[in-house]
Design a protein around this ligand. Structure first.
Ligand code: NAD
Ligand code: TYD
Length: 341
């Protein structure tokens, strides 16, 4: 196997963190560089076990800082870039859109420029199905790679903008890129501001779980391990310039997700509290992953087994999430929700 230098941006976050661990173990001959600014969403304790591996390297830096990124690319001559770093939470984008534009749009452009400057083998841009907007509740409709981009939140608009920049660097400069658009991920190290870890952590603490609106909005859940395998496949075998949708065939209403977790933990549905709906709340996301399946990928996790594994992980790793929810996060939670304890 040829030795490759792989730059993973956002490798201290949820999906990037799982991907870094996947790559360090699966490709011991590759050098994995985790570049992360360590914002509120970045956490390095998850990498304690791989910190000493000779093929793991950490770089604390801001992707939007051209003065740091360009010399770094010149020095390290990466072969692959897998770009996860982003502001990723829709609710935060509704309160403060500016930082989403800086990180997700400008940050992506700075990376693209550096990748073009040194000439890399592949740039994989991790995007989201949210760029397609929303679907109605007709179960026969899905997002395909041809679905027009119609983002509805400042978060998804910033991701769609970055997708268009990535596309333009392929069309204009022939930069070898792929864009992946995945559905909602879940699994180990999911930051507790997102629905599934928020529900698990609050139910375990016998606290109310805020469900937006009537709870009937639908998301298509993808286990993060299935996502990591899909990205590795695109990195090695993706056709330059192509977009690949990644989805787990696991549509559930938010209420079903919350009820499943409450039942698995043996608690009462009285913990559910219906709260004011999210502004511009997309009704339904559902992915048609046929194009990626043709490339040779299929999800291994059904939602039932995946959620069981995830709940077990949160039970066994209380220290990790208790640390997070006891800090700055507490202030965010109090501002975002006005729930009874
Ligand atoms: P996350 O919020 O858990 O992690 C983001 C990481 O990026 C953090 O470690 C943070 O410190 C880092 N970061 C933020 N700003 C940075 C900057 N300026 N420079 C360098 N690093 C910076 O996000 P996630 O859930 O792991 O999502 C990863 C990617 O996948 C994002 O691009 C997101 O849009 C996309 N995505 C996520 C989901 C999901 O369900 N979580 C679904 C679809 C797409
Ligand atoms: P989230 O985990 O924020 O992911 P996304 O907005 O990217 O889909 O939310 C998943 C779904 O859960 C979404 O429809 C909003 C809903 N939700 C709640 O009902 N309550 C909550 O407290 C949160 C965070 C989300």
């Amino acid at each position: 196997m040829t030795k490759k230098k792989v730059l993973v941006t956002g490798g201290a976050g949820f999906i990037g963190g799982n991907f870094v661990q996947y790559m360090v173990h699966k490709y011991p001959d590759y050098e994995i560089y985790n570049l992360d600014l360590l914002t509120y969403a970045g956490d390095l304790t998850k990498h304690r076990e791989i910190e000493k591996n000779a093929n793991y390297h950490l770089i604390q830096a801001d992707i939007a800082d051209h003065e740091t990124i360009l010399p770094l690319f010149e020095r390290e001559q990466f072969d692959f870039v897998v770009h996860f770093a982003a502001e990723s939470h829709v609710d935060r984008s509704i309160t403060d859109p500016g930082v989403f534009v800086r990180t997700n749009v400008l940050g992506t452009q700075v990376l693209l420029d550096a990748a073009k400057h040194v000439g890399i083998e592949k740039f994989v841009h991790i995007s989201t199905d949210e760029v397609y907007g929303e679907l109605d509740f007709n179960p026969a409709t899905f997002f395909t790679e041809q679905t027009p981009l119609q983002p509805n939140s400042p978060y998804s608009a910033s991701k769609a903008s970055s997708d268009l920049l990535v596309r333009s660097y392929h069309e204009t400069y022939n930069l070898p890129v792929n864009i992946t658009r995945c559905s909602n991920n879940y699994g180990p190290y999911h930051f507790p501001e997102k629905l599934i870890p928020l529900t698990i952590s609050r139910v375990l603490n016998n606290e109310k779980v805020p469900v937006y609106g009537d709870g009937k909005n639908i998301r298509d859940w993808l286990h993060v391990y299935d996502h990591c395998a899909a990205i590795a496949l695109v990195l090695h075998d993706g056709v330059n310039g192509e977009v690949y949708n990644i989805g787990g065939h696991n549509e559930r209403t938010n209420l079903e997700v919350v009820q499943t977790i409450i039942k698995a933990l043996g608690k009462s549905e009285e913990l559910i509290e219906f709260v004011e709906d999210r502004l511009g709340h997309d009704k339904r996301y559902a992915i048609d992953p046929a194009k990626l399946e043709q490339l040779g990928w299929e999800p291994k996790y059904r939602f039932e087994s995946g959620i069981e594994q995830t709940i077990q992980w949160y039970l066994e790793n209380k220290n990790w999430w208790e640390n997070i929810i006891s800090g700055e996060y507490q202030k965010y939670f109090e501002q975002q929700y006005k729930l009874q304890r």
